[in-house]
Design a protein around this ligand. Structure first.
Ligand code: CA
Length: 215
């Protein structure tokens, strides 16, 4: 996923670009508002600082929205509540308040991407997962899963090949504030693998979590 970062403050963008790359994003960077409309064609998401040297970020957003549906997260200074509200009204998908952590931003980027590409049907290799009917077909045959097994598989199937951390799986399938370690997740994964009949479909990523195998 390619993230275009429009940010002029080196103290912000230097650690941010490095951090996003560490988190697995491809990153493009521009400093000036005037560069944004031309650069979005090659990006999957725009992180837009509202205070750019040559123009108002909200004006940039207005311009971007005339031609593009690209997901946008705005970055604003603490206290600029009005700007954030206007930004959302102008079609931003979400916002972060400075200072924000790369971790928080990465989670928001993934959440925005998930909401945007929400398609009830996930067709991944041998699996077809229907999130409205909560049904799973493997090679065309129905697989009966418990609610938690289904939720785990649906999260893994959103992005086949991406290692999903244990923390993300726990927080999305069980409890948003879950912290720590536990066997529950491994037990559910073991059961899910057994029902799918092919343990290789769900790979263990040592010390990280799990991922759906890419064929
Ligand atoms: Ca700025």
């Amino acid at each position: 996923m390619k993230v275009l970062v429009a940010e002029d403050d080196a103290a912000v963008f230097e650690p941010l670009l490095a951090g996003l790359r560490r988190n697995g994003f491809e990153v493009r960077h521009v400093i000036y508002a005037a560069e944004v409309p031309g650069a979005i064609a090659d990006a999957d998401l725009l992180l837009l600082d509202l205070g750019l040297p040559d123009g108002d970020g909200l004006q940039v957003l207005r311009e971007v929205r005339r031609t593009s549906d690209i997901p946008v997260i705005i970055a604003s200074a603490r206290g600029d509540e009005t700007d954030r509200i206007v930004g959302l009204e102008l079609g931003a998908d979400d916002y972060v308040v400075k200072p924000f952590s790369v971790r928080e931003l990465s989670a928001r980027i993934r959440a925005v991407a998930r909401r945007r590409r929400f398609d009830p049907s996930l067709d991944v290799g041998r699996l077809v997962i229907d999130r409205t009917r909560r049904s799973v077909l493997l090679d065309g045959g129905k697989v009966d899963l418990t609610a938690k097994e289904f939720d785990l598989l649906a999260v893994l199937a959103e992005e086949p090949g991406r290692a999903v951390t244990r923390h993300e799986l726990f927080s999305r399938v069980w409890d948003p504030v879950w912290i720590g370690t536990g066997k529950t997740l491994d037990v559910h994964i073991a059961s899910l693998r057994k029902k799918l009949g092919d343990p290789a479909l769900i790979e263990t990523v040592r010390n990280v979590g799990y991922r759906l195998a890419v064929e």
